[in-house]
Ligand binder design. Sequence first.
Ligand SMILES: [Zn+2]
Length: 371
Amino acid sequence: MLETRTRAFACPTKYFQGIGEFDLLENYTAMFGKKAFYTIDGFLYDDLKTRLDKSYETSGSDFRAVKFGGECSYSEVDRIIREFQEFEADVLVGVGGGKTLDTAKAAADKIGVPVIIVPTSASCDAPCSAMSVMYTDTGEYIHNIRHKRNPEIVLVDTGIVAKAPIRLFIAGMGDALSTAFEGHANQASFSPNYVGKGYRCTNTGVALAELSFEILMEQGISALHALKQGVCTEAVENVIEANTLLSGVGFENTSCAAAHGIHAGLTQIPSTHKYLHGEKVAFGVVCQMVMENTPKETVEKVMHFCNEVGLPTTLEELDVEATHENVMVIAETVVNNKLIYAEPFKITLDFVYNSIVAADAMGHYYKEKFS
Ligand SMILES: [Zn+2]
């Protein structure tokens, strides 16, 4: 429980979202100076570099772009800083998935320069936060670090995000699904959020998390149908905003709890490594609902949603056999990780073990019911 009654809130300074915004990036980098340095995900590099060449051609600004190295590691952060400084750039722009964006945020924070974050999918809620998840050069998780400032600008080109693999969009909804549940747990238990050294949630943070949930429930399924046809609709725009801005600002300001705790437990089982963060978090939400004994109406809403969009609600869907040994590995990791202690009740190994078993059974029940 927090030692302070002080509440705190953080968010990016500006957020833009729309089709074709990528080609207007020069307008945004020019706010900070004439020289922009880009780090771009490898598989998008050629296409996006060509678009940048075109938009900077007739402008008064100059840019340099490099391919992201693949890991958000301390050596990659230092490489980006070195190249940024060689070019004597004024602003750093990260373009790509979570690791690219986290690297750009960490590099900008270390040398105190402005950063613009350009996510190319709506797969997680990393873009808006003042945090980076650090890995070794070979991809082992080290820790999360917090930055002094949130990004100056988060810019989402809906045209690019809508063309990303659909599974990334679904996983983003899985991650966003957890935000309101976890926010409420943190609020009830008086736990610290991720702002600075950790403060109480503001009502604002909780309201944003709740709005993210409402949009998913109302428009998630129709957004997915549209995206499957390769078209962008108002529902698609709304869910991208829910996944990126609302859930992003929501989680930073209210913090994670059991759903992400279960995610951490699942990562201990190698067969889950092929599943995306948000897919594992979705099963975590099912477990959290069992732990909190969530009212049936909400449970049915969430289970229906997950089955419709294809988010996992059983261990089987994450390629985990529901054996005593496997559930015990997950439960033991969960109770040894601090996330679960954001829940507003006593946590024991038995309680977590039983909740996972019950969640898995509930997942199977609703799967049959909604099939
Ligand atoms: Zn997450």
